[in-house]
Every structure is written in C-alpha cells, then in structure tokens.
Design a protein around this ligand. Structure first.
Ligand code: IPE
Ligand code: IPE
Ligand code: MG
Length: 252
C-alpha cells in the first residue's frame, strides 16, 4: 500500500453558499406557550404560522428543499389531548394555508407513516400534495409520524419485498427507497429550542449535514435566525471525509 494518502479532489467552493436542502426540527412550541402562561396548544398554533413564514423566507434565499419535523414517531407518547390537538391543528392548517402555499409556488410532500393517521388527515395530505405537485419554487416536505429508524426499516422492507439479491443491495438502492428519495441529502440541519440532539429525525440522510442549533424557540424563528443559520452554513468547510489540497502560494 502506498505511504501517501490519496488526495481527494473537492468542488471549487468549500460550501456552495446556499444549502439546497435544509432539514429543520421545529422545537420549543410548548416552552414558548408556557413563557406566555398559555396552554401548549397555543404554541403549536403559533408554530404553524412560523412555518408558513419560514417556507417563503427559505425560498427567497434560494433553498430548494425544506424538510420540517412536525410530529415524530415518538410524539404519540404525549398526553392524548395534545396528540389529538395536533392532529386537528394540521387539518385547520391545511384548510387555512394550502391556498396560500400553492399560490406561493410551494410543492408539498408528506413523509412518514400514514397508516396511523385518520382518513380525514390522510385525505388532507393527499389534497395538499395533489394541488401543489407542479409547483417548483421550493419543496416543503412535512415529516409527520416520521422517524429516521422507521424510514430505514420501511425502505428495507420494500427491498425484501422486491427480493433483491444481497450483493445488489447497496447505499444507492436503499436511498432510493427512503421517504426522502426525491430530495438530495440535507446540506444543513437546524434545530430550534436549544436541545442538541437529533431525536430520530433524518438519521440516514444527515450523514454529512452541517449542524446548527439555536436557543430560539420555534414560534420566534424568523428572518434573523434564518440568516444566522444560512450565514453559519456559508462559512463551513465541507470535506466529506476528504482533505482540501493546500492553497497554492501566490507567485508560485
Ligand atoms: C415541537 O415543540 C413541536 C412538536 C413536537 C409537535 P414541543 O411541543 O416539543 O415544545 P417543547 O419542546 O415542549 O417546548
Ligand atoms: C422533536 O422534538 C420532534 C419534533 C419537533 C416534531 P421533541 O420535543 O419531540 O424531541 P425531544 O423529546 O425533546 O427529544
Ligand atoms: Mg420539544
């Protein structure tokens, strides 16, 4: 084996200035409401408004895909009233905002296990997807009843059902069966609310995402925080396991 490490060539820019795909954990609604002596549901309602604002701001800055964590596989552990409140909030949000998002050029996709949600909610998702399918300004993927582990398992199940030979089963094959197969891997992973964990979000796809955590509670997330996150991203040096060749000295 050669003693010299192989220099992997990288794209010209360390980071393309704007991430193509942002994955976002919208956390902190409950604390935001508590700070205002209001029930948690009040925070979730404000969270929907914050999301509609954020989609447009990310689109204006050139982000092509925004994947937001709206309800995790584990959020069923919450009290029944909160879970049912969230389910009805989604229905209200679709009827309130679908027309606006469609008009703003947003393509909506839902990722997650739909089998556990009500028929009414499933129909609302289908309508949102159908009504926006030809939009091209930005894709908003709403992760609902989603878990990164669920996604890996459901992709493997499809592979097993297809009877793929073990030698043919590789990363590209698995990726093509994942719920987010229509999007490139997230370049930037943002979590609001101050916790520094992934909480079973895009586990497979975030292998090389740049991470950005902010104390800002989700309903307060606006233009300042978006620009802070995108600004931090633009400074990152993404190496993907390679190394950057030393800069050639001037005049050399
Ligand atoms: C995130 O806010 C929204 C959902 C998980 C649905 P939280 O409800 O987790 O708010 P905090 O973390 O309790 O403040
Ligand atoms: C992650 O937030 C899920 C969503 C934002 C939908 P949680 O509030 O559920 O995460 P943990 O429990 O603090 O890890
Ligand atoms: Mg939380």
């Amino acid at each position: 084996m050669s003693a010299h490490p192989r220099v992997v060539s990288l794209p010209q820019a360390a980071t393309d200035a704007v991430p193509r795909h942002v994955a976002l954990v919208m956390d902190g609604n409950g604390r935001w409401a508590r700070q205002r002596f209001m029930p948690r549901f009040f925070g979730h309602k404000a969270g929907v408004d914050a999301l509609v604002r954020a989609v447009n701001l990310f689109a204006e800055r050139g982000v092509e895909y925004l994947t937001v964590f709206a309800f995790s596989s584990e959020n069923w552990k919450r009290p029944t009233e909160e879970v049912s409140g969230l389910m009805s909030l989604v229905l209200v949000a679709v009827s309130k905002y679908l027309g606006k998002l469609a008009g703003d050029g947003v393509r909506i996709r839902i990722v997650g296990d739909r089998s556990a949600v009500s028929d009414k909610l499933r129909q609302a998702w289908e309508q949102a997807e159908a009504q926006t399918r030809h939009n091209t300004r930005i894709t908003l993927a709403v992760a609902f009843n989603y878990g990164g582990r669920w996604d890996i398992v459901q992709a493997c199940r499809q592979a097993l059902a297809e009877g793929i030979a073990p030698e043919a089963f590789d990363e590209a094959y698995l990726s093509s069966h994942m719920a987010l197969s229509f999007a490139p891997d997230p370049d930037l992973f943002i979590r609001t609310g101050g916790e520094m964990r992934i909480s079973n979000f895009v586990l497979w796809q975030a292998a090389y995402s740049e991470l950005f955590f902010t104390e800002c509670l989700w309903p307060d997330f606006g233009v300042r925080e978006i620009d802070a996150a995108l600004g931090a991203y633009a400074q990152r040096d993404r190496r993907f396991g390679g190394i950057r060749p030393p800069a050639v000295a001037q005049g050399a």
